[in-house]
Design a protein around this ligand. Structure first.
Ligand SMILES: Nc1ncnc2c1ncn2[C@@H]1O[C@H](COP(=O)(O)OP(=O)(O)O)[C@@H](O)[C@H]1O
Ligand code: SF4
Ligand SMILES: [Mg+2]
Length: 344
């Protein structure tokens, strides 16, 4: 039987163990008719697998609604998968609850899309940053303040003493996102999940925030998952990229390989559509691939991209799920165009 999920689990050198393993993950949301009877599932994440090592950055790219946030929430332990598992730092998520789940979450930093919505409006920066430290048992106030001052300096929010007393509404969008990043870092996590961290910021500050995240990743040897709908921003970041479409990974590659030699027709369409996060090119924004993403309740038969694909092979792509083809040791694609043994 063909393998149908494009993952990177068996693609990396075996020199070090992965810190994060995503194994055949399925995140489905149940739909209920009139709030009672079962009416199907939204298959937001459908058989996704990949590994991530300490110090490595990986980008997850795809249009809105393709399942990026559902995948991220499953990694954070906020969504329970219907099938498959997440193993992070030796902990198997499906076997974890209560205090162990709290400890699991404390080792993952999380940067959300909307910084203002992510910050409690009635807390000043000091309280926002102290809270996770208190919850996780750092009792000494001086120790907490030392950690907070250091992380605020690291995210370049200065003068630190002034920032400590400021409430979210007194900060700019870029400063708010730096507070969110500081909060994600204050527990010294091993993994950072950044879900569209710059998409709600002004073009002028996007590159600065991406550079800051990259610097922190290198300095702290963090594993990072960077989630975005905009392929152009991954240049600032990741060693690896995978492209998601309708809940599935459809292409996986090293960053340069994917950007210089994209293979899947959907990746090509995304690249065509990508904007440049550089402020000077902020107006260069084109349309996303033509057509609508499919229903995740009744996904199209065969290749899920076939209703939008300009290279569709009729009778094949609309009938059979495409196999995963290894183009090179670090590059895989799920598309019939690359299957040399295809019978049409
Ligand atoms: N709690 C939920 N209940 C039902 N459907 C959901 C829920 N959260 C997300 N979805 C659906 O799952 C799909 C994937 O959503 P999401 O993971 O947010 O995608 P993305 O982050 O790529 O925009 C969408 O069709 C969305 O409507
Ligand atoms: S499998 Fe067929 S429909 Fe799907 S992306 Fe490849 S060519 Fe297009
Ligand atoms: Mg999202």
């Amino acid at each position: 039987m063909n393998k149908t999920s494009v993952g990177m689990e068996d693609m990396q050198p075996s020199s070090s163990e992965p810190v994060l393993q995503i194994q055949n993950l399925h995140v489905w949301y149940e739909l209920k008719r009139f709030g009672f009877s079962h009416a199907g599932y939204v298959r937001a994440v459908d058989d996704v697998s990949f590994d991530l090592k300490q110090g490595e950055a990986m980008a997850c790219v795809g249009e809105s609604g393709c399942g990026k946030s559902s995948l991220m929430k499953a990694i954070l332990g906020l969504n329970r998968p219907i099938k498959g598992d997440v193993i992070f730092d030796g902990t198997r998520l499906t076997e974890t609850k209560g205090e162990a789940l709290r400890q699991y979450r404390a080792k993952i930093g999380y940067v959300q899309q909307d910084p203002f919505g992510a910050l409690p409006p009635f807390m000043n920066t000091q309280r926002i940053l102290e809270e996770p430290l208190i919850i996780n048992g750092m009792k000494d106030k001086e120790e907490r303040l030392k950690r907070i001052r250091s992380v605020l300096t690291e995210v370049k929010l200065t003068p630190v003493e002034e920032i400590l007393s400021k409430f979210p509404h007194m900060l700019s969008g870029g400063q708010q996102q730096r507070v969110v990043i500081a909060r994600a870092m204050v527990m010294e996590p091993k993994l950072l999940v950044a879900d569209e961290p710059v998409s709600m910021l002004d073009a002028s500050v996007r590159v600065e925030i991406l550079r800051l995240l990259r610097t922190m990743q290198e300095k702290r040897n963090l594993a990072v998952i960077y989630i975005t709908h905009d392929l152009s921003t991954v240049r600032y970041f990741s060693e690896y990229i995978f492209v998601m479409y309708a809940g599935e990974i459809i292409e996986f590659a090293k960053m340069e390989d994917l950007l210089n030699d994209p293979s899947h027709p959907y990746t090509l369409a995304l690249l065509e559509a990508s904007s440049d996060p550089d402020a000077n090119n902020a107006l260069v924004m084109r349309e996303i691939p033509q057509g609508e993403p499919p229903s995740l309740v009744n996904p199209p038969k065969g290749c899920r991209f076939h209703p939008r694909c300009s290279q569709i092979i009729k009778g094949v792509c609309d009938e059979k799920r495409p196999p995963v083809i290894t183009l090179s040791p670090d590059h895989r694609v799920s598309c019939w165009l690359f299957d040399q043994d295809r019978e049409s």
